[in-house]
Ligand binder design. Structure first.
Ligand SMILES: [Zn+2]
Length: 345
């Protein structure tokens, strides 16, 4: 791997993103309940942490069958759940580390009342106490080990694609969305495989969900089946963030309605706090079928995909601003869960 700029490999103390930093932080938790949900392609532990008591939902049918019978309560009985469950999945694209920083700072708020900068977030904690929040900060550790960049602030799009997708044997950077034409990426054709992929070259976001999913995907599908979350939020990053992709195709109108509402509320919060939401006003449905879409069809959950800003030179953000983007996001999404319970009826 190439060091394209030394400052990509330095960060303030509150900005914990490497596999070692994340594991050390999770090892020290007092209130959060941690467990291993599986192993990665490369054999590394996939770790989850939860705040709030689990309320397992007994069920005798699948989501698909319950919808078709006209009895969705056979799969998910609202009367049997007190607290909505929010599942937050960090960097499946392992160079997109801004969500990892936010997960750990949120955990610190739950542990101590303050984020890792020492700043209090009383409303965030109060809202989170009314939910069960399950975090998987680093669901794809192999990519993180291969591409251990700490940040991409001030970087170029080429820097982003280099650490994200990687470098081909012919010396060309593998770019987005060209990178999606091959799944998995043939590793032998890569000089450097970026953090986007697990050790077998699989992009979890477009895995073979109904066929033979990668170990990381399998573990997350099983976690979702165990939790039956009311909402799943996956955390990504790009040059134009912050924004949600919304509304998405391959979802019911009710799901799309919730997606648009959450996106508008979060964009308004970011605008009020001077955090420059991007992404524009979407007038056409987003056409992709993604990992979080698969989780919806697996469990009926409300699926959300958020894009953080990397703070590239095209749209600069500071470390502090990016963390504020993330904690504002968590607060607004949790407020929505407390007020609206997320799950489409
Ligand atoms: Zn991504």
């Amino acid at each position: 791997m190439e060091i394209r700029h030394p400052h990509f490999f330095a960060a303030p103390d509150f900005w914990k993103t490497t596999r070692e930093e994340v594991n050390a932080y999770l090892d020290g938790l007092q209130r959060g309940q941690g467990w291993e949900i599986g192993r990665s392609q490369g054999g590394h532990a996939l770790r989850a942490v939860a705040y709030g008591k689990a309320e397992p939902l007994p069920r005798r049918t699948t989501y698909s069958s319950a919808i078709a019978s006209g009895h969705p309560e056979d799969f998910y009985d609202r009367a049997k759940r007190q607290k909505p469950v929010l599942l937050i999945i960090g960097a499946i694209h392992a160079a997109e580390i801004e969500g990892v920083v936010t997960c750990l700072n949120f955990a610190q708020v739950m542990e101590t009342g303050r984020d890792l900068r020492g700043r209090e977030w009383p409303l965030l904690r109060e809202l989170a106490e009314q939910l069960r929040v399950v975090l998987v900060p680093l669901p794809q550790p192999n990519g993180r080990l291969r591409s251990p960049v700490h940040n991409l602030i001030g970087g170029t799009v080429d820097d982003l694609y280099y650490y994200g997708q990687g470098l081909r044997n012919n010396g060309e950077i593998l770019r987005w969305p060209e990178c999606k034409r091959l799944q998995p990426i043939p590793i032998a054709e890569m000089e450097f495989l970026g953090g986007y992929y697990n050790d077998a070259g699989v992009n979890i976001q477009h895995d073979d969900f109904f066929g033979r999913p990668a170990p990381e995907t399998r573990a997350l599908l099983d976690l979702a089946a165990a939790e039956i979350p009311d909402c799943v939020m996956t955390l990504h990053s790009c040059g134009n963030g912050p924004f949600f992709i919304a509304p998405e195709s391959y979802l019911s109108p009710a799901c799309q309605f919730h997606q648009v509402q959450v996106a508008a509320l979060v964009a308004d919060r970011h605008r009020r706090d001077g955090l420059r939401p991007g992404g524009g006003t979407r007038t056409a449905l987003q056409g992709g079928f993604y990992f979080h879409t698969a989780l919806h069809h697996h469990t009926g959950t409300l699926p959300l995909l958020f894009e953080f800003p990397h703070g590239l030179e095209m749209k600069p953000f500071t470390f502090d601003e990016i963390l504020d983007v993330g904690l504002d996001l968590f607060e607004e999404v949790m407020r929505y869960g407390v007020n609206c319970r997320y799950r489409p009826r």
